[in-house]
Design a protein around this ligand. Structure first.
Ligand code: HEC
Ligand code: HEC
Length: 352
């Protein structure tokens, strides 16, 4: 089996990719780090020496927090990927290292370990790091940590997320800090706490799409300043990314605005839904590169939420931006996820 498939399968297991009713009896290794088993973990840690200082939170709150964590794909970045796939034993313990055109970055340990994780941070400090990109000591986080997106998170969801993070088993692991990255740093703006209007599909879609990081990857950079080329360029694509564990070369993010020629204006709302749900595009080709990683947790989200995201993306104003052709070549073997559809590039494909 090739590495891409292994990485994908492991991530799927990590995210608990089984149907909900199967999960109770047949829990894949590591899956209890996210979601349904979280309340159980709280019980296990209750009263033990490692127990977090706060009293065990309401299971409903933890469940919502786990869901927010899946939308935000925290575990995908904050878990190391070794030669045989993600280090499931140490989920959230950081150490994923990614060479990026803006500098090689690695993720910190966000488990509850008191020495090497965030176990001593207060709820407010954790929330500030996630939504404003600022550590308790006042230093700013590099914007690869998507605090500019999580800035949109409501106070309620931020509190739920922290309740979930408190259930994560402490792992002692020291991660070297990031240095000299060519990207902006926090602190970002104070969160507006604008509501998540669940009754309005478009507004709810905007909320979910923001937490799901579409604009964290799909923006158009000014390659001199490494800042967005403009406020209207958050979805018009062209960010260059390298992902050695998936393939060689550079992959540019797509223009996902409604421009019919350079964007995805010809996709129906249902086709956008299917693309983010299955990672297969309307032309039958597999999405390549880092967006594949997201499926590990996105496949756990409610279809209603994914439909709302699709509705919102469909309505993005058109921005003309022809994204450069990617020279990315996926590692040999079938693409990850579902069996490759007829006519799809089984082994590495060139630019689209
Ligand atoms: C795209 C990858 C990525 C995703 C997704 C991501 N993070 Fe991070 N996170 C990082 C990186 C990289 C840093 C370190 C930034 C730096 O060194 O300045 C970081 C830093 C942090 C920190 C500060 C830890 C410390 O010791 O400084 C916390 C807390 C955190 N992330 C929590 C989260 C949570 C919770 C989520 C999901 C809602 C999340 N992250 C999603 C990449 C990511
Ligand atoms: C980690 C980075 C990343 C994130 C997050 C991400 N994408 Fe992508 N996306 C990409 C890359 C890279 C491509 C190009 C894939 C290729 O060329 O095969 C892509 C391709 C696509 C495509 C196919 C476009 C086409 O031309 O056919 C769609 C649609 C899409 N993304 C939508 C989304 C939506 C909606 C979200 C948020 C819910 C999202 N993406 C989040 C990196 C990302």
């Amino acid at each position: 089996m090739n590495r891409t498939v292994l990485v994908w399968m492991a991530l799927a297991a990590l995210a608990g990719c089984k149907k909900k009713d199967e999960q109770a009896n047949n829990t894949p290794a590591g899956s209890d780090v996210v979601g349904s088993a979280a309340p159980k973990m709280v019980e296990q840690t209750k009263g033990s020496a490692e127990a977090p200082p706060a009293p065990a939170a309401d299971p409903k709150l933890i469940e919502r927090g786990a869901y927010v964590a899946k939308a935000g794909a925290c575990v995908i970045c904050h878990t190391a990927i070794g030669p045989t796939g993600p280090d499931l034993e140490h989920a959230f313990a950081g150490g994923l290292e990614m060479p990026d055109p803006m500098g090689t970055w690695r993720t910190p340990n966000i488990t509850q370990d008191k020495g090497t994780g965030i176990g001593t941070w207060t709820d407010e400090q954790i929330i500030a790091s996630i939504r404003e990109g600022v550590r308790p000591d006042g230093s700013g986080l590099y914007a690869i940590m998507p605090y500019m997106n999580y800035n949109r998170m409501t106070d309620d969801d931020a509190k739920a997320l922290v309740a979930f993070l408190r259930t994560i088993k402490p792992v002692e692991r020291t991660i070297a800090p990031n240095k000299d990255l060519k990207m902006p740093k926090g602190p970002g703006p104070k969160p507006a706490n604008a509501p998540d209007d669940a009754g309005d599909q478009l507004k709810h879609g905007e909320y979910m799409a923001t937490l799901m990081l579409c604009s964290h990857c799909h923006w158009t950079p000014n390659m001199k300043t490494f800042a967005p080329a403009g406020p209207d360029k958050m979805f018009s694509g062209g960010l260059p990314l390298t992902v050695p564990m998936l393939g060689k070369g550079t992959i540019f993010t797509a223009n996902i605005t409604s421009d019919p020629e350079t964007g995805i204006g010809k996709y129906t709302e249902d086709q956008i839904f299917t693309t983010i749900k299955t990672m297969v595009k309307p032309d039958g080709k597999q999405i390549r590169g880092p967006m594949q990683f997201m499926q590990g947790t996105w496949s756990q989200l409610d279809d209603k939420d994914l439909h709302a995201v699709a509705a919102y993306i469909k309505k993005l104003p058109p921005v003309k931006n022809k994204v450069p052709a990617s020279d990315f070549v996926a590692n040999a073997g079938p693409p990850p996820g579902a069996p490759p559809p007829a006519g799809s590039p089984a082994a590495g494909s060139a630019a689209k």
